[in-house]
Design a protein around this ligand. Structure first.
Ligand code: GCW
Length: 717
């Protein structure tokens, strides 16, 4: 009779224990108590006497952050002083505010860091030492404070070392693909965090935490809505709502952008046309821009997807992308707004290889875009595949502002169940040599503006954020938000260092934990490529939801089917993009086209992206192509199993809730990796007609079964 009560008590105890566990909500801003005695007393001293040189909303945000950090790290609030000398240890302010106490040399040094840069270090005055965090603008100070807090958390703070930093990119931007009904296109972490229904009246505290997280990484712009845009966002009702978000984000240095539906003049104003050269259309957009700026004076501008995948655009009226973009840019220009126009355009009515269509559209328009237009180009020419060679548009246009579009949400990379750290993939693209406009150009140097002197620079990432308690669905997907911010700030930052920083901020300093999780992160992208799309295979996932394998997907428009991309037949496999095939390779610099046209010289990771090769084609290691494909799929599965083992070894050292969350997801990932391997190898074997190498785990199951699997409710569509 006592047994049920006892069990209930045990359960209650477990639940309450669990509620103390870490649910990931605090992201990398989970200021842990400082363990090290010397550091602790040093920080106690600094936070025990903080002086702000002036007041403004960003300094209020800094105070809020210092309060949160101090309470967590030291179990007490900071002490703010009224006098910059008396009882003061930490100075916080702008260069101008600190001009009387900084040497002229120091001021010149800080000035050179630009709007968002900061400097921190010790300043001596009348024999007394103060620690100072200084920016040219309040937002730079904010970045400096976050950087300082970060150094405390990762135990690297040293007050005798001066440190300064400035971003290499102006616009470091998240693109939300969030719909007004709160569904998220390609979102795997719940619903949209923008609660449009309760805005403008209700300010969800999440908005502030979201802004804090972004500011801690230097992210300074967000586009709130899906690029498959709904014109309603441009109505007065929605402007009032967007204004509230802009007001919340402003102290954190974040500007709001909206997506503009090209046909909005027809939908909102009843005009007969959306022709960009029509005077009424021009006047509609001018008035619209004026109206938005009356609500949001520092509105960032519009992000536009036009004439792609059914979205309206200038082509309907016989106009080109420059005519469309420039008309909107002119409407924004008087207010200092920016028009971001996506290069992700392709049409199934065009027989040309989809890979080539963006270059065909945009290269002839180079130099025709207004100064406040940025062309936002995806990292590769197809669509955020597990691995893509860099987009040939990088380097091919050099009189136009260009920006990067990465995808942080894992549409094609295991969605929210697979642990895949994306930074090594981004790094690979950023470091790619384009050979154009100069022999040493890289995608990164082009983005930084070094090659063409472009003044407006941009790196955007499609957000992976949603209403899930841990924001990103998979705890480890937080590392992708984090790494995106870091790379947008500095495209030259090594992905391994970013990983280490994230691990320390998320899981603490224990060297064994840092190194084991580092191994998991750094191997995870290659593992996913191995079990999904090795050797340059691409776009062979399930139809429409893109969940799981679907190399057999046919029907409907050809460029949305898998055989369009893998081209498997009895002779071989791969998409011939050499001169004998579509000729897409010629869109790259001659140095690349020459090397990659040769199947024996092209990096093997891109082999089948550009070549259709016989099943018995010999690879560098002596294996045949068929064997090598099989080895990659097999290796991918084994790599996931190693990730599982490494994670299991960390159990005693990881918060139980976090441990279990990741453990369960790794189990799913392992099953999904096997599913990918089995389905793809069995399918490709129907063409290759060759046995699997004997030293791999033999793919099991029945191809017809894999083909029959349906996921009508898969998320993110
Ligand atoms: O990757 C594809 C996605 C679409 C997306 C499109 C785009 C917003 O499958 O869902 O639409 O890219 O980038 O415009």
């Amino acid at each position: 009779m006592y047994k049920p009560i006892f069990l209930a008590a045990v359960l209650w105890f477990c639940i309450s224990l669990n509620s103390l566990a870490d649910d990931g909500y605090k992201l990398w801003l989970d200021y842990q108590p400082i363990q090290e005695a010397e550091l602790k007393s040093e920080i106690e001293l600094l936070l025990g006497g903080v002086y702000f040189f002036g007041e403004n909303p960003t300094f209020e945000a800094i105070k809020n952050e210092l309060g949160l950090a101090s309470k967590s790290m030291l179990e007490k609030a900071p002490t703010y002083t009224e006098d910059r000398l008396q009882n003061t240890r930490l100075w916080i302010g702008t260069r101008a505010q600190l001009s009387q106490v900084l040497s002229l040399t120091k001021q010149t040094e800080i000035k050179a860091l630009g709007t968002d840069g900061y400097w921190r270090g010790t300043v001596e005055l009348d024999g007394k030492a103060f620690y100072a965090i200084v920016g040219n603008q309040p937002v730079g100070v904010l970045y400096g404070v976050f950087n300082w807090l970060n150094s405390i958390q990762s135990n690297t703070f040293d007050k005798s070392t001066e440190l300064s930093d400035a971003p290499k990119i102006n616009l470091r931007m998240l693109n939300h693909w969030d719909n007004l009904d709160r569904t998220v296109e390609r979102g795997y972490a719940g619903f949209s965090i923008w609660d449009w229904h309760r805005l403008p009246g209700y300010i969800d505290p999440r908005y502030i935490d979201y802004a804090r997280a972004n500011a801690s990484l230097g992210i300074n712009a967000v586009s709130l809505t899906n690029v498959n845009a709904n014109a309603l966002i441009l109505t007065k009702d929605f402007m009032k709502k967007a204004k509230v978000l802009a007001d919340v984000f402003r102290p954190y240095g974040i500007k709001v952008f909206l997506t503009a539906r090209f046909s909005a003049p027809i939908q909102l104003e009843g005009l007969k046309t959306a022709d960009p050269l029509d005077p009424e259309v021009i006047s509609f957009w001018k008035k619209k821009a004026d109206e938005i700026y009356s609500f949001i004076p520092d509105f960032g501008g519009f992000l536009v997807k036009a004439n792609s995948e059914g979205q309206p655009g200038p082509h309907e009226y016989g106009r080109n992308h420059a005519e469309g973009a420039n008309m909107l840019a002119d409407a924004l220009a008087p207010h200092g707004g920016v028009l971001i126009w996506r290069a992700f355009v392709y049409s199934h009515e065009d027989d040309v290889d989809r890979h080539m269509q963006a270059n065909n559209e945009f290269v002839p328009l180079d130099g025709k875009f207004k100064d406040n237009v940025i062309i936002q180009i995806k990292n590769g020419a197809i669509d955020f595949q597990p691995r893509e060679p860099f987009h040939p548009l990088y380097g091919a246009i050099n009189q136009t502002n260009v920006g990067m579009e990465f995808q942080i949400t894992q549409e094609y990379l295991g969605q929210a169940t697979n642990l895949v750290y994306l930074a090594p993939m981004w790094e690979e693209v950023l470091k790619s040599n384009t050979y154009k406009p100069s022999p040493t150009s890289t995608v990164g140097s082009i983005l930084e503006g070094d090659e063409t002197g472009q003044k407006k620079t941009l790196i955007a990432g499609v957000s992976n954020i949603g209403t899930d308690r841990n924001w990103t669905g998979h705890l480890f997907a937080q590392s992708n938000w984090f790494a995106f911010g870091k790379l947008a700030w500095d495209p030259e930052a090594p992905s391994e260092e970013i990983a280490e920083e994230w691990i320390k901020l998320t899981f603490g300093q224990d060297p064994e934990v840092v190194s084991a999780i580092g191994e998991i992160l750094m191997g995870s992208h290659e593992a996913a490529v191995d079990y999904m799309t090795p050797l340059g295979l691409h776009h062979i996932m399930g139809r429409s939801h893109h969940y799981g394998p679907g190399p057999w997907v046919t029907g409907g428009r050809a460029d949305w089917t898998a055989p369009y991309y893998h081209q498997a037949d009895s002779l071989g496999i791969g998409f011939d993009r050499t001169d004998a095939g579509s000729g897409a390779l010629d869109q790259y610099a001659p140095e690349i086209a020459k090397q990659w046209s040769d199947p024996n010289q092209i990096p093997e990771k891109y082999l089948l992206w550009f070549h259709h090769l016989p099943w018995d084609f010999k690879l560098k290691n002596g294996d045949t192509l068929w064997e090598e494909i099989a080895y990659h799929y097999d290796r991918g599965v084994k790599e996931v199993r190693e990730m599982q083992e490494t994670w299991a070894s960390l159990e005693p050292k990881i918060d139980p809730e976090e441990f279990d969350h990741v453990r369960q997801l790794l189990n799913i990932q392992q099953e999904e990796a096997e599913w990918w391997r089995n389905a793809c190898l069995l399918y490709f074997q129907t063409f290759s007609k060759r046995p699997f190498p004997t030293d791999i785990e033999q793919p099991e199951g029945d191809l017809e079964y894999y083909k029959s699997l349906m996921f009508p409710n898969a998320p993110g569509i």
